[in-house]
Design a protein around this ligand. Structure first.
Ligand code: ADP
Length: 484
């Protein structure tokens, strides 16, 4: 397979602006989750390829990339954003096929990737240091500098969006990046690399090595010349990466998902809330870090909300990504098995609605019907663990105090939302909810390129997106000059 019109051979890695096979010559099969067939082979990069990529990044920092002024880096990012949009059809098709995303959702991800490039292109020359009043005879100031070589390990659920928020911010601050995309979905990462090359990104500023987590990913995390790691993925691998990075005392940004609640109070505008309540759970087949998998509803409107959500579930259409229905397949048969395990362990719960998979959906696809449970005990596994599938639980509550207790009662803390017209309650809860982002009378707010994002607890630490990411992808130097 050749990725057209970008003309890329996906069995190659991208190192120093060149397409090269993995040194081992090995490849891995990339599956199409809509029907289980093999889409193409990708390079199985390992420690030797990571070594080459890190060396190329190092050389970029010492060479043309390191010499660019902030506004010049911004111009290149802007051009990358333009080329992303010029290639929107190609990128949409790749992401949709590779991840199993309905076409509309994949297209929105391309636009988000372009928006990240535009945002960071415009922001990069507006990052200032400070002057600090100090002792007589001194001038003290701070300046922001790149970490150096940054390692980016990303998952398969939103490759383009996560590349945008992490690689975009890292390049903006002048780091040189090594990207290890997920073995389940990496075609848009490769396409993005080619776009960067065509946009004039200097050699080695971005390098992409595909391969397995335990090989290429582990080698990148442990590499002594990598100065910052950003990781989005599972809690288990996140903990492993943090402990590996600790060996080199390297800072890490971890975004590990969540069990994000929406709190619906008796005075909520239910017509406004309903689309968000369901969409935030089933978008990308529920394989979203910030998915809202817990819906907490006050008793006065509880039955009404459950009935409305159940009705919507009954209308959901599930089928191949290319058919562009509400829900596509999960990314892999392995993921389907994990989600089915949760559903089996929830067999005794009150299952109020199950969406229908199209009868002609290919047998080999990773389809799981969206499933809604009501009256779920907040301590049940399905209300505590991240499922990463199209499964939501509805939990009743009586008072505001109960709602906060249930909302904060998991190990995660990524996103939360409050549906209520009471302004004082909105402010109280926005403070009390344990989450990196709180939305009031909305959920997700237009993708949130500009909005700092990240979690607390097992959801991880560090902030991506918005200006905040630029601080995370740089380090602060303080200069104290004594001049008498
Ligand atoms: P999931 O279980 O949802 O597939 P993972 O956390 O396993 O999520 O994967 C997310 C990313 O982390 C992928 O790019 C994967 O290759 C990578 N990865 C998996 N294991 C490791 C590891 N031991 N070290 C570094 N990266 C890893």
């Amino acid at each position: 397979m050749t990725i057209r019109p970008l003309n890329i051979d996906p069995t190659h890695c991208f190192i120093a602006n060149e397409w090269v096979p993995a040194l081992s010559g090995q490849t891995l099969a990339l599956k199409n989750p809509s029907d289980g067939t093999t889409l193409c082979d990708i390079a199985r990069g390992n420690a030797a390829d990571i070594d080459r990529a890190v060396a190329a990044a190092d050389a970029a920092l010492e060479g043309a990339w390191g010499e660019l002024a902030a506004f010049e880096r911004g111009r290149i990012l802007h051009r990358i954003g333009e080329l992303v949009l010029e290639n929107i059809d190609e990128l949409t098709t790749l992401e949709s096929m590779d991840v199993g995303k309905p076409v509309k959702q994949a297209r929105a991800d391309v636009v988000a990737l372009a928006r990240y490039m535009e945002f960071y292109a415009g922001a990069v020359d507006k990052i200032h240091g400070a002057t600090i009043p100090f002792l007589e005879g001194y001038t003290v100031y701070t300046m922001r500098e790149p970490h150096g070589v940054t390692g980016h390990i990303i998952p398969w659920n939103y490759p383009m969006q996560i590349i945008g928020r992490s690689v975009g911010a890292a390049l903006a601050m002048g780091n040189a990046a090594v990207l290890k995309p997920a073995e389940e979905a990496c075609l848009t990462a490769l396409a993005f690399a080619e776009i960067c090359r065509q946009a004039g990104l200097p050699d080695g500023a971005l390098n992409v090595v595909s391969g397995l987590g335990a090989e290429a990913g582990a080698a990148l995390t442990a590499h002594p010349f990598v100065h910052h790691i950003s990781f989005t993925g599972s809690v288990g691998v996140g903990k492993l990466i943090q402990s590996t990075s600790a060996q080199n005392a390297v800072p890490v940004t971890l975004e590990l998902g969540g069990k994000s609640p929406q709190l619906v109070f008796d005075d909520a505008d239910l017509d406004a809330a309903l689309p968000f309540l369901v969409n935030a759970g089933i978008q990308n087949a529920g394989q979203t870090c910030s998915a809202s998998s817990r819906i907490l509803v006050q008793r006065g409107v509880y039955n009404d909300v459950v009935a409305r959500m159940a009705k919507r579930y009954g209308e959901l259409r599930v089928g191949p990504a290319g058919d562009d229905l509400d829900v596509g397949p999960l990314v892999s048969l392995r993921q389907k098995e994990i989600v089915e395990g949760f559903l089996a362990r929830g067999a005794d719960l009150n299952k109020v609605a199950v969406g229908a998979v199209a009868p002609d959906a290919p047998i080999g696809g990773a389809y799981v019907p969206p499933t809604l449970f009501a009256d779920v005990d907040p301590n049940h596994e399905l209300a505590q663990q991240e499922i990463f599938g199209p499964v939501q639980v509805v939990i009743p509550f009586d008072t505001e105090e109960d709602a906060v207790k249930i909302a904060n009662g998991t190990d995660f803390g990524l996103v939360a939302s409050i549906w209520s017209k009471d302004g004082a309650r909105q402010m109280r809860l926005a403070k009390r909810l344990r989450a990196g982002q709180v939305f009031i009378n909305n959920y997700g707010a237009g993708g949130g390129v500009e909005l700092p994002f990240g979690g607390v607890g097992l959801s991880g630490h560090g902030r991506e997106k918005g200006f905040e990411a630029l601080y995370g992808f740089s380090t602060l130097k303080t200069v104290a000059a004594h001049h008498g």
